[in-house]
Design a protein around this ligand. Structure first.
Ligand code: SF4
Ligand code: SF4
Length: 149
């Protein structure tokens, strides 16, 4: 039987903290369609520019503005690629030490998964879900895996 690398426990830990949720142009389109709002309105209501990239703002509680305690993500189907991709970020795929830290942070990552199995399952998932990125100006660096497309 396959040793599954990841099974989200819905703890919300990864939705807490500022500045990490990049919204690429394709993400913005998806979010607009989900929210039935124009891009300018979505950006004004929920976005911020950080070093040239569009990101989702944090609420006063320190969580992503789309996170609700007890409910989780209120834009689940329209959420950005970076959210769909976690924990299969470049750092965790390329570096065993980074994966070890991620296991401490995220209870959904199988603590027994080897780095090699995590990486191969992660790359397969990112490809299958079309989550890999290539434009460092507008997309999340964590989704740019050179030579993996
Ligand atoms: S930290 Fe891990 S287990 Fe918790 S919600 Fe995020 S992905 Fe799921
Ligand atoms: S968009 Fe949803 S999944 Fe992504 S950080 Fe915000 S609440 Fe979490």
């Amino acid at each position: 039987m396959t040793n599954t690398a990841f099974d989200c426990r819905m703890c919300g830990h990864c939705c807490e903290g500022k500045g990490g949720i990049v919204v690429s142009p394709a993400d913005l389109q998806r979010l607009c369609a989900y929210l039935r709002m124009e891009a300018d309105d979505v950006i004004a209501a929920y976005g911020e520019r950080v070093n040239g990239k569009l990101k989702i703002r944090c609420g006063d509680d320190g969580y992503c503005i789309f996170f609700r305690q007890g409910k989780g993500c209120i834009v689940h189907e329209g959420k950005p690629s970076i959210c769909k991709a976690w924990p299969f970020f470049r750092g965790n795929i390329e570096d065993a030490a980074s994966l070890a830290l991620a296991k401490d942070f995220c209870p959904g990552i199988n603590p027994d998964i080897s780095h090699a199995d995590f990486a191969s399952q992660g790359i397969a998932y990112l490809k299958q879900e079309n989550l890999l990125a290539d434009d460092a100006r507008t997309e999340a660096n964590a989704l740019i895996l050179p030579d993996r497309r």
